[in-house]
Write a protein that binds this ligand. Structure first.
Ligand code: PLP
Length: 335
């Protein structure tokens, strides 16, 4: 039986085989015995060419770019460099890595619940963020809810507090909404992106972060020198030159998202939330944990959401995966 892998918010479309072949052909001349290849800089820095490429793509200086082994590593690095006396603040429900990074780095975590429409509680966020040495993670668009908070939330946090504001734009390409244009105005703003979602390179592990050169220098001090391997650097450079591929993939996923949302909406006993990402938050009338287990038996993998309880998260897959998910859900929820 084919599996529908809709539990990790991955891109259902791998690179075309001919693109992979030509990339791997080039990889043959890459020295595997060296810490950094010709695209790297001096020992210890590495990855210079890729950082320069990402900088020019985003209209910032290369000294404002940090590469990560996935943006997960960058989340951890932000927590590591945060003021040890300050608190890490998140608006919940949100991506679980922020609290994990706060715990792992021994920082105090403050969770500020969103309202029933999954909008952040700005006045409480401002109050908490005014504490000394605070760092706020803003997931925009938010995982697992799929919505995009108002840009005013980020602007107010920047204007009205002294906190470091880390905006995680992992799903940016699916909606095109960013706060990166504010980087020049606010040195306490950090923007994180990933190649795992729209660019379809989750298995290669590459995330990047844009921030002031002072903050970037601080993060680079805490970062291990060769955290992004030469093969990933090389493949990312090739793929970044193929923006046509990402555009096609994003267009297809948006179309599939509309199809999946409509199909799920047509199932009695299922509530689907609007999304600007590549996943949908779904509230079934049956027990979510049991539903996840029964879906698995039918070969459909979805994510059980811990917070809020009673929900599942379904990534937008290929048409075949989406059809399988809809058929299985229909059978289990309203059948
Ligand atoms: C909001 C958010 N940030 C970061 C990540 C991690 O991405 P990466 O694969 O770059 O570590 C994810 C992955 O699901 C995510 O949802």
């Amino acid at each position: 039986m084919n599996r529908a892998r809709l539990d990790m918010n991955e891109n259902p479309f791998d690179l075309p085989v001919e693109v992979k072949r030509s990339i791997l052909e080039k990889a043959v001349s890459l020295p595997f015995n060296r810490y950094y290849a010709e695209m790297g800089g001096p020992a210890g820095a590495g990855a210079d060419r890729l950082a320069e490429r990402i900088a020019s793509m985003n209209g910032v200086e290369p000294g404002m770019v940090t590469l990560g082994n996935g943006s997960d590593e960058l989340i951890m690095l932000n927590a590591t460099v945060a003021d040890p006396r300050g608190r890490i603040i998140v608006s919940t429900p949100t991506f679980g890595m922020y609290s994990r990074a706060a715990r792992a780095s021994g920082r105090l975590l403050v969770e500020v619940p969103m309202n029933e429409r999954f909008e952040p509680d700005l006045s409480r966020l401002l109050e908490e963020a005014r504490g000394p040495g605070s760092l706020v993670f803003v997931c925009r668009p938010n995982n697992p809810t799929g919505n995009l908070c108002d840009i005013e939330v980020v602007e107010s946090l920047l204007r009205e507090t002294g906190a470091t504001i880390v905006v995680d734009e992992a799903y940016y390409e699916f909606c095109g909404d960013t706060v990166a244009h504010l980087l020049g105005h606010f040195p306490r703003l950090v923007v994180m992106r990933t190649m795992s979602k729209a660019w379809g390179l989750a298995g290669l592990r590459l995330g990047y972060m844009l921030a002031s050169s002072e903050y970037t220098a601080r993060v680079q001090e805490a970062k291990m020198p060769f955290n992004v391997n030469v093969l990933t650097q090389m493949i990312a450079l090739e793929v970044l030159n193929r923006s046509d591929l990402v555009e096609r993939s994003v267009a297809a996923i948006r179309e599939e998202r509309a199809w999946l949302a409509r199909a799920l909406d047509g199932i009695e006993g299922v509530i689907v939330f609007p999304s600007v990402t590549n996943f949908l938050l779904v509230r079934p009338r049956v027990d979510a944990r049991e539903l996840r287990a029964s879906l698995r038996e039918l070969g459909v993998y979805v994510r059980l959401v811990d917070d809020p309880p009673g929900y599942i998260r379904v990534a937008v897959g290929s048409r075949r995966e989406n059809m399988d998910a809809v058929a299985a859900l229909r059978r289990l929820v309203s059948g």
